[in-house]
Design a protein around this ligand. Structure first.
Ligand code: ATP
Ligand code: ATP
Ligand code: MG
Ligand code: MG
Ligand code: MG
Ligand code: MG
Length: 300
């Protein structure tokens, strides 16, 4: 199309690329979700339907962005880690930031009725979003540790608060009772007053959710291994997928030709986390083992 006399205004759109070779974390957070939860009668302290819906929306974001190799979700927020060599959208910050928030929000609404079949949406939920750049793996690790420590602190507090509320204690009184208490006091309160051992609560609530892709070459294939599987919640347990003993042999394939073909094959590209089935884990992401040690590509 011919240039018009007005086109010069385009030059006011200043390029905003993310600094090269830096890790980007995009975090979305529900806007005024305290009110949204109340309006939609979320179960307290943890409504699993809402957490599952958050995970579904996060999965959609990862589907759209192969360069997002990991996501961590808790409460009404989700953090997405983008590889430092990502070149998507020319690394334009506002394009990436706004697209992530938009995909997340539209999927949250799109899948709402699947997770809340009996609760119609009263008004459209919205999410804000920001991008933060980190220069090295240390800051990325510390970022995710920060979010998971937050998950634990909030969950312990909310578990106590709602145990008291469900026991007939008023909001003001419950807040007062918990004021100035430490973790040990809260654990003791749960145990002595409610016979609840905090350690036995689901890892889903205590540790939040992590989405990562697994190397398809290490899985038994999508037919045997559900691409949407939720892996073990045991933080101490290894989460590496077990390689199948031998590759699938095609019916009628001649062993001699197969050998020839194998010779020609180049060395396989190392897994970079951009492809493969997405799995949901409820595991420790503060310690090195096993999560980070098993997935060196996340910090490449
Ligand atoms: P802002 O717009 O500043 O983010 P907010 O009201 O969303 O305000 P947050 O700090 O983000 O404040 O807190 C989110 C609120 O939503 C918390 O009260 C949290 O307990 C609640 N919430 C989020 N997810 C769930 C869930 N799955 N089940 C129960 N409550 C939830
Ligand atoms: P990008 O993601 O880069 O924006 P795009 O496919 O959305 O890619 P645009 O330049 O934004 O590309 O163009 C929008 C397209 O949608 C055009 O082809 C336009 O004709 C079409 N379109 C938008 N609104 C309407 C409409 N109301 N009726 C018919 N076509 C429409
Ligand atoms: Mg916020
Ligand atoms: Mg919020
Ligand atoms: Mg929040
Ligand atoms: Mg467009």
């Amino acid at each position: 199309m011919a240039n018009s006399q007005y086109e010069y205004v385009k030059s006011y759109e200043i390029p905003d690329p993310l600094m090269p070779n830096t890790f980007a974390v995009i975090r979305v957070d529900g806007h005024a979700f305290t009110k949204f939860c109340h309006a939609h009668e979320f179960e307290k302290p943890n409504d699993i339907r809402a957490l599952d819906l958050m995970n579904r929306a996060a999965k959609a974001v990862m589907h759209e962005f192969p360069d997002i190799v990991m996501a961590f979700g808790e409460s009404d927020e989700y953090s997405f880690l983008m590889r430092r060599d990502a070149s998507v959208y020319g690394r334009r910050r506002s394009k990436i930031n706004s697209t992530v928030a938009s995909i997340f929000t539209s999927n949250y609404v799109f899948y709402w009725s699947e997770f809340f079949p009996k609760t119609p949406l009263k008004y459209p939920p919205t999410f804000d979003s920001r991008v933060v750049l980190y220069p090295s793996p240390k800051e990325v690790r510390d970022y995710f540790s920060w979010r998971q420590v937050d998950t634990h602190i909030n969950n312990l507090h909310n578990t106590c608060y709602w145990a008291l509320r469900h026991d007939g204690v008023s909001g003001t009184e419950a807040t007062k009772l918990l004021e100035g208490t430490f973790s040990d006091d809260k654990n003791e309160l749960l145990f002595s007053r409610f016979q609840v051992n905090y350690n036995n609560l689901p890892a889903y609530f205590k540790k939040g959710s992590v989405l990562v892709r697994t190397d398809p070459r290490l899985t038994k294939g999508p037919s045997q291994r559900d691409a949407e599987c939720t892996e073990a919640a045991d933080p101490s347990g290894s989460t590496t997928a077990v390689p199948s003993e031998s590759g699938p042999s095609l019916p009628g394939s001649d062993p001699a030709t197969t050998k020839k073909k194998e010779k020609k094959k180049k060395a396989p590209k190392p897994f970079d986390g951009r492809s493969g089935p997405t799995v949901i884990l409820h595991t420790d992401i503060i310690k090195e083992q096993p999560f980070w040690a098993e997935r060196p590509w996340l910090l490449e």
